[in-house]
Design a protein. Structure first.
Length: 145
């Protein structure tokens, strides 16, 4: 099984950006955590991050054309604005899990809106970076991390 892990804008600034919401773990540490967990679960992962919406759309389409079994996506701020990401996930019909490190349900009103959620098989919200591991486990049908 192979999964694509996608991160949207500003997630490359983990550890720097608003540590009260996102913690002190760096993006590099997150990638190490994801890769170690995937290895233990026997899953191949490709991790990518972009601050550009079109890159994320291209990678979702690439996941389809390259035969990925699932996508884990933290769209960042595009969660609340991007119909393009919603359409991309709907178009390829690859099981996709939406992840948010912070509990967006307890934040600003605009963060309550998720366009992409309608196309996802699950949303893991507010579990910190462990949410990525839970998303991987959800996609492979195993127990949560």
């Amino acid at each position: 099984m192979k999964l694509m892990i996608l991160n949207g804008p500003n997630l490359n600034l983990l550890g720097i950006r608003e540590p009260a919401h996102y913690g002190k773990e760096t993006y590099e540490q997150l990638l190490e955590k994801i890769e170690a967990h995937a290895s233990l679960r026997g899953v191949a992962v490709t991790c990518r991050q972009s601050n550009h919406e079109g890159d994320l759309v291209d990678w979702i389409q690439e996941a389809y054309f390259e035969g990925y079994d699932g996508v884990v996506i933290n769209p960042g701020a595009y969660t609340h604005t991007s119909i393009a990401l919603l359409d991309a996930v709907k178009s390829v019909s690859i099981p996709t899990v939406e992840v948010h490190i912070s509990n967006v349900k307890e934040r600003e009103d605009f963060r309550q809106i998720s366009y992409i959620r309608a196309a996802c098989v699950d949303s893991i919200i507010g579990h910190g970076t462990a949410g990525y591991l839970e998303a991987i486990d959800r996609l492979i049908g195993g127990e949560e991390a």
